[in-house]
Design a protein around this ligand. Structure first.
Ligand SMILES: Cc1cc2nc3c(=O)[nH]c(=O)nc-3n(C[C@H](O)[C@H](O)[C@H](O)COP(=O)(O)OP(=O)(O)OC[C@H]3O[C@@H](n4cnc5c(N)ncnc54)[C@H](O)[C@@H]3O)c2cc1C
Length: 352
């Protein structure tokens, strides 16, 4: 006897977990399936959300809308889970050179950037930091404790009979006219949220992924930093003397572990900014499911209208997932159009 669902989500990383909370909110009948043996991208994520990104410090895509939605969404989940997962924190970016100071001084006058700038200082802010030229403090940023979010969400999903641990082989999926069936499960809608594994999955492997491996470390050090520090890496103060540090970007070597090269890169970048002793207490790695055009993948299979996808979240999973989940669900439930910039229809010419 098969169990019937309205929705089945495959993958409990950030994308699948966020979507499951939207389904809970709407009181829909669903199951989320996950293969726990894989090192997911979400398990390595630093969890930072930040309206100003990139080497040239540009306002990120739909920054205002996404940051508001992100904070509202994770606050709601904090209330549901009765625990803290969202930490609002400013970002301190020490200046590299005089041009960098000039650029930020100009940004101070710009309407776009003014709202994000808290303070520009041309003197050092911290002892033991290589910030002699001073730096800029920006606001409307923070981080999500992704590990806690995923772990406690899983516990909640399990206790409400929404969670099953298995690996789904796409070839076992049988598509009928109105239902999809596999492994004693029958569902009206199947949504793939399987991160970098989507690259080899028969339903959506035609989408142009641009996978990027990343490594992070957790360290313990005595120094006290108030803000997240960003200078070629992120240093995130989490708890007392604990910091998350990352990340590396590797496009060619996807070795399934942390590497000496990756860890050394992080160590070198820490010593370029901080003159402080520390102990590494944890190492992590993951493969970011990025897309060629740096936009998410949301939508439905060209042939099977009840097989959907949320993917391509790249290095912004925390802030993109609520927007993407809402887009997909509102399309299914209210027939609202999916944002063209994330709709996978933009790549229909690649499907054959
Ligand atoms: C080093 C690093 C640092 C990062 N830092 C940040 C950051 O600061 N801020 C930010 O917003 N983002 C960050 N990211 C990006 C973020 O991690 C990703 O955008 C996000 O985790 C993608 O989530 P996902 O759910 O799409 O994929 P994943 O997290 O990879 O989840 C996919 C899930 O699907 C499961 N799965 C796969 N195939 C199957 C199958 N056949 N059957 C069952 N289950 C299956 C996997 O086991 C996994 O649990 C970082 C990423 C890395 C690697």
């Amino acid at each position: 006897m098969k169990k019937n669902y309205e929705f089945v989500i495959i993958g409990q990383g950030i994308a699948g977990t966020v979507l499951s909370w939207y389904l809970i909110e709407k009181n829909l009948n669903f199951l989320i399936i996950n293969d726990p043996k894989k090192a997911s991208s979400s398990s390595a994520a630093l969890g930072v959300y930040n309206p100003i990104t990139g080497k040239r410090f540009v306002e990120t895509w739909k920054a205002k809308e996404l940051i508001n939605k992100t904070e509202k969404f994770y606050k709601k989940i904090e209330n549901k889970l009765k625990t803290k997962i969202l930490y609002k924190k400013n970002i301190y970016r020490p200046f590299h050179n005089n041009k960098n100071i000039n650029d930020w001084q100009m940004k101070l006058e710009s309407r776009t950037f003014k709202k994000y700038i808290k303070k520009l200082d041309i003197k050092s802010r911290y002892n033991l930091m290589n910030d002699d030229l001073g730096g800029i403090i920006t606001k409307k940023s923070g981080y999500i404790d992704v590990t806690k979010f995923i772990k406690l969400s899983k516990k909640y999903l399990k206790s409400n009979n929404h969670y099953k641990e298995i690996k789904i082989h796409p070839n076992d999926i049988v598509i009928k006219k109105k239902f999809i069936e596999f492994d004693k499960i029958k569902t009206r809608n199947l949504i793939f949220c399987i991160g970098s594994d989507q690259n080899t999955n028969r339903f959506f492997s035609w989408l142009p992924f641009n996978l990027v491996k990343g490594e992070t470390i957790d360290i313990e050090m005595k120094i006290r930093l108030k803000e997240i520090i960003q200078k070629s890496i992120l240093i995130i103060p989490t708890n007392k003397n604990l910091y998350k540090i990352g990340s590396t970007y590797e496009w060619n070597d996807f070795e399934n572990k942390n590497t000496i090269k990756g860890i050394n890169e992080l160590k070198n970048k820490i010593s370029a900014i901080l003159d402080s002793k520390y102990n590494i207490i944890n190492k992590k790695f993951g493969i970011r499911p990025a897309s060629k055009d740096r936009r998410a993948f949301v939508g439905f299979h060209p042939q099977y209208k009840n097989i959907g996808i949320i993917n391509g979240l790249g290095s912004k999973g925390v802030s993109l997932a609520p927007y993407c989940a809402e887009n997909l669900l509102e399309n299914i439930l209210k027939n609202k159009l999916i944002d063209n910039e994330i709709n996978i229809k933009r790549y229909i010419s690649l499907y054959s």
